[in-house]
Design a protein around this ligand. Structure first.
Ligand code: C2E
Ligand code: CA
Ligand code: CA
Ligand code: CA
Length: 264
């Protein structure tokens, strides 16, 4: 009826206004440059459980809403195109941090940085990565770029040469959330990939769900057979860790070892 239509319209209007407001605020955050921060989550190895690297994860210190995680703003960052300058900044920031850690005597193998599909496909990503490495003088093999299967598959003709050019810089490439996207086993044969990240959705069910366990075991075997390393994400319980370790998984990331934390 007429009344409920008006109510719905009002709600839609409000949602749209909220979105536009958040987009304007994000634009300002990009300009101001001090509200966006990176948190770092440790990655440990399977040999002695030592920290071998970190994944850089984006956070937004919003002036009124407090600390926001990507789920609150990544969608708007993508649709507005702001993910391009944000991603460029995150790359440089993570490389700066990695350079600092690498300069200490702490054993440190990797700083992992997420690339969005938009960044991977539309921006001058090769130039951004090259600049970040040059500007920070970071050893390229410390940097690992995390790319999703869908980002690659959505534009495969350009993705393949781009992956090879990125590899030529000396960095590492990981497939993020492996097994959840448009998986195609043939690309593993043709792409210069170093690491498969086993998605949290499989890790979640690994102890109680035989199918999740079978998928995780198969991904790890596949990686071993292809000479790739594996990282399981979202490991929260000792039982999950033990199982993944027994399956041959080489690295772990999750609340069991450490939550994402500010650099301090
Ligand atoms: P992702 O790449 O799959 O990152 C892993 C997410 O799982 C992170 O969420 C991390 O905080 C969370 N996590 C790690 N271990 C555990 C655990 O044991 N339990 C639980 N419940 N969660 C865990 P976060 O930081 O909220 O990031 C969400 C997504 O946002 C990321 O998923 C990634 O796709 C995207 N993202 C984060 N930072 C960036 C960035 O700099 N650029 C781009 N393009 N995307 C980013
Ligand atoms: Ca990731
Ligand atoms: Ca992931
Ligand atoms: Ca994930």
């Amino acid at each position: 009826g007429k009344n409920s239509y008006q109510l719905f319209s009002h709600e839609m209007h409000k949602t749209l206004m909220d979105r536009l407001k958040l987009e304007a605020e994000l634009r300002e955050a990009v300009t101001l440059g001090n509200q966006l921060v990176l948190y770092y989550q440790p990655q440990v190895n399977s040999v002695d459980g030592k920290i071998v690297g970190y994944e850089a994860l984006l956070r937004w210190n919003h002036p009124t809403r407090g600390l926001l995680t990507p789920i609150d703003f990544i969608g708007i960052a993508e649709s507005s195109g702001l993910i391009i300058p944000i991603g460029k900044w995150a790359l440089l920031e993570a490389c700066k941090k990695a350079k600092k850690i690498h300069a200490t005597d702490v054993h440190f193998e990797r700083m992992a940085v997420n690339l969005s599909a938009l960044q991977f496909n539309h921006a001058n990503i090769l130039e951004h990565v090259t600049n970040a490495l040059l500007e920070t003088d970071l050893a390229p093999n410390i940097l690992e770029l995390e790319i999703t299967e869908s980002a690659i598959i959505s534009n495969i003709e350009e993705a393949i040469p781009l992956l090879f050019k990125l590899k030529e810089l000396g960095l590492k490439l990981a497939i993020d959330d492996f097994g959840t996207g448009y998986s195609s086993l043939s690309y593993l044969k043709n792409f210069p990939i170093d690491t498969l990240k086993i998605d949290k959705s499989f890790v979640d069910g690994i102890v109680n769900n035989q199918k999740d366990a079978a998928i995780a075991r198969t991904i790890i075997q596949l990686a071993l057979n292809l000479g790739l390393s594996t990282i399981a994400e979202g490991v929260e319980y000792i039982e999950q860790h033990e199982l993944l370790k027994a399956m041959g998984c080489s690295n772990f990331q999750g609340y069991l070892f450490g939550k994402p934390l500010p650099q301090e």
